[in-house]
Design a protein around this ligand. Structure first.
Ligand code: ZN
Length: 179
């Protein structure tokens, strides 16, 4: 079943939901996380959140360096103790061909659980802190679109329109409902 997973794209409504905490640390959860790691690597991404594969649960995977020994899986992550701010370029596997400069906290603490439910506590700055914030946004239904300035948003208007068009074409029923 998890083999059928794919990365969903804007404007799929599942990307806009607030995801629910994981309460059961099952073999299915592990399968899902490992499949997400595969998809992330195939897409050459540095992070992937469960809502991006259509599962609205609080889970994300990251691979900041692209190396196999640097894959990290976080269940029920909570970010705290932000310090400093910096602007940096971000892309998103659910928004192909769009990048934007986004302000993020420089330094953060993350508490979470691993796939067995054991507690994790880490601090990071820079790139990893940025990925944590991007993926946590996904768990709350937030996309980089929401963090862009008006000029950047205007610059990607055509790409968004194309994605919307493609989604409408792939979902004729939903389109009808909306009208
Ligand atoms: Zn993303």
């Amino acid at each position: 079943m998890t083999q059928d997973l794919t990365i969903i794209r804007y404007p799929d409504p599942r990307l806009r939901k607030v995801s629910v905490p994981v309460t059961q640390f099952t073999p299915e959860l592990r399968d899902l996380a490992l499949r997400m790691v595969e998809l992330m690597k195939e897409a050459r991404g540095v992070g992937l959140a469960a809502p991006q594969v259509g599962h609205n649960i609080r889970l994300f995977v990251i691979n900041p360096t692209g190396e196999d020994d640097d894959i990290r899986i976080y269940v029920n992550p909570i970010l705290s103790d932000p310090d400093g701010e910096e602007e940096g370029e971000e892309g998103c596997l659910s928004l192909p061909n769009i990048t934007a400069k986004v302000w993020r906290s420089k330094l953060l603490r993350l508490t979470a659980q691993d796939l067995d439910g054991n507690p994790i506590e880490e601090t990071a700055d820079g790139y990893i802190a940025r990925i944590w914030q991007h993926e946590t946004d996904h768990l709350n239904g937030t996309l980089i679109l929401d963090r862009m300035g008006p000029v950047a948003r205007l610059a990607c208007r055509r790409m968004l329109k194309e994605l919307q068009q493609k989604w409408d074409d792939d979902h004729p029923d939903q389109k009808k409902k909306k009208r």
